[in-house]
Ligand binder design. Sequence first.
Ligand SMILES: NC(=O)C1=CN([C@@H]2O[C@H](COP(=O)(O)OP(=O)(O)OC[C@H]3O[C@@H](n4cnc5c(N)ncnc54)[C@H](OP(=O)(O)O)[C@@H]3O)[C@@H](O)[C@H]2O)C=CC1
Ligand SMILES: CC(C)(CO)C(=O)C(=O)O
Length: 328
Amino acid sequence: MRICIYGAGAVGGNFAARLAKAGIDVTMIARGPHLEAIQARGLTVQTREDRIHVRPFATDDPRRAGPQDAIIVTLKAPALPAAVDGMAPLLGPDTAVVFATNGVPWWYFHGHPGPQAERRLTRLDPQGVLWDRLPISRVVGSVIYSANEIVAPGVVDNKSVRNRLLLGEPDGSRTARVEAISKAFDGTGIEAPVFDDIRAQVWIKLMGNLAWNPMCALTGLSIPDIAGDPALRPIALGILQEGQRVAEALGLTLDTDAETRLNNILKPGPTGGHKPSMLQDFELKRPTELDAIVLAVQDFARELGIATPNLDSVAALAVGRAKALGIY
Ligand SMILES: NC(=O)C1=CN([C@@H]2O[C@H](COP(=O)(O)OP(=O)(O)OC[C@H]3O[C@@H](n4cnc5c(N)ncnc54)[C@H](OP(=O)(O)O)[C@@H]3O)[C@@H](O)[C@H]2O)C=CC1
Ligand SMILES: CC(C)(CO)C(=O)C(=O)O
């Protein structure tokens, strides 16, 4: 199977290395010093168990890669619209495009049951280029559980004990394409189960980002530090409760309540020392995913008439800080 990792940075680098090590034909679309280092010296991923070193084909010109069986997009959300034309040369007649980006996905209502079906989210796809030019029937939904950081060009630190890429068709059907992508991950050390309701999984993951990503980005603290801080904990809990209300009003059933979720963070965990990706972006002054992770949830809340005072305050501060840094 030919798999392209599009936007092979921290998460995508980990995925590419593990797929390549397992013998999958992997192409990485990357850029800048990270790409130059991979082309010159190969890709290195330090996992908890070992050091993977591979030399997959890596380029910033997708025309050099040719049609793929699947594209796994591990770009940050703000980079998606500008990348859509670059995906065209990678598309064969049946190529699926897996969007493995944190937050509310731009395709959220594609395949959704009921009157909201096929509604577009202009915050996440302002000109509609993703929806129109891809086109939408290519989309497979996805959620990432894998903590990673680029620690030097060409070198990724993977801190997770379990690496998971949850997959699901937006309409919940079990298609040959989603099963084939899942199977390609066999033996890679990345679990890739297929879900019938990928939107519930999107929300469960979103509950792991909605409070922590902006609060860590604002404070520079780790997730357990915030969860254990008497002044910050109630704000995080408030955000989780507000997010949970929004998800439920949208018809989702989540795995647990906000308080349990917050307490689980304080249990000794394998990714406690991980810098959430939004904190990495604030520190490195890279475009932030505030729209997908925070403001899209606020949009839903406003439409549904749900008050989100904690989320609103943190969102306003995070947007203000991001503007001051020139990244929003
Ligand atoms: N890092 C983590 O631990 C986790 C991240 N996530 C989510 O996964 C997604 C990816 O995050 P992460 O891996 O951290 O992000 P990274 O920024 O490390 O990776 C994205 C890469 O894509 C590159 N890129 C951007 N645009 C293009 C383009 N047009 N062509 C080629 N390359 C391009 C970026 O380069 P450049 O830097 O030059 O822009 C960067 O190297 C995000 O949605 C994030 O929220 C989810 C769970 C954990
Ligand atoms: C922090 C983590 C790993 C999960 O909450 C994440 O998704 C991120 O870094 O954005």
